[in-house]
Design a binder for this molecule. Structure first.
Ligand code: CA
Length: 236
């Protein structure tokens, strides 16, 4: 299956040249010219690679990359016009997988694209090997609470419990951080995502629902305990 590339470049002639050359190399290409369209298209298309110009109207490439980094692991090659931006581009803030400084040759770009996609393919193959070597029914056990990760099933005292998707994600998040104090804000950011429109009461509501399903006495919880000073701790 041909790999899909999203090109984000506001300069029409460069956008056209990039799309043309990538298509000629056998890739499926979609091209957009501003930051907002970049986000929308990336979410819909789930491309294998994103070529992202830094200076864009509406929302710049830094902002686009920051948001996408939280939502997907797609490789990003940044296009920058200034050498002094490179530190930010490859730094923690943006974490681009690669970058090119304008002007660049099309040959150079295609080589970088090829290298990046090859790297992605190797990572994917590695991950699928890991998945194959895992037991078919991976489960987490906390006393009378059992979580079947393969089937996304939760049983409590042998009774299957219907968890809403967010309740299930929240439970897994707690399980991954067993024994740690987790602030509402941290939980909100990690389980709901930073751009979620809502506040930390969302966390309280879901914890309450979850307690009703996995605590023996949800008004005196021993599994998900409230920590004074603003958070929760999963005791297992
Ligand atoms: Ca630009």
């Amino acid at each position: 299956m041909p790999e899909t590339i999203l090109v984000v470049e506001d300069e029409p002639s460069l956008q056209e040249t990039l799309a043309y050359n990538l298509k000629k190399d056998g890739y499926v290409v979609e091209a957009v010219g501003d930051g907002r369209s970049a986000l929308e298209t990336a979410r819909r298309l789930k491309p294998d690679l994103i070529i992202l110009d830094l200076m864009l109207p509406e929302m710049d490439g830094f902002e686009v990359a920051r948001i996408l980094r939280r939502e997907m692991t797609t490789a990003i090659i940044m296009l920058t016009a200034r050498d002094d931006e490179i530190d930010r581009v490859v730094g923690l803030e943006v974490g681009a997988d690669d970058y090119l400084t304008k002007p660049f040759s099309m040959r150079e770009l295609l080589a970088r694209v090829k290298a990046q996609l090859r790297r992605e393919r190797l990572i994917r193959e590695d991950m699928s090997r890991t998945a194959e070597s895992m037991p078919a029914h991976e489960t987490l056990k906390f006393g009378n609470l059992i979580v079947n990760l393969t089937r996304r099933e939760v049983t409590f005292h042998g009774q299957p419990k219907q968890l809403k998707p967010k309740e299930y994600e929240l439970l897994l998040f707690f399980a991954e951080h067993r024994g740690q104090m987790l602030s509402r804000e941290f939980i909100l950011e990690r389980v709901w995502g930073w751009d979620f429109i809502g506040d930390s009461r969302t966390v309280d509501v879901h914890v309450r629902w979850l307690r009703q399903k996995i605590e023996t006495d949800s008004s005196n919880p021993t599994r998900i305990v409230t920590v004074r000073g603003g958070g929760y701790r999963f005791e297992g």
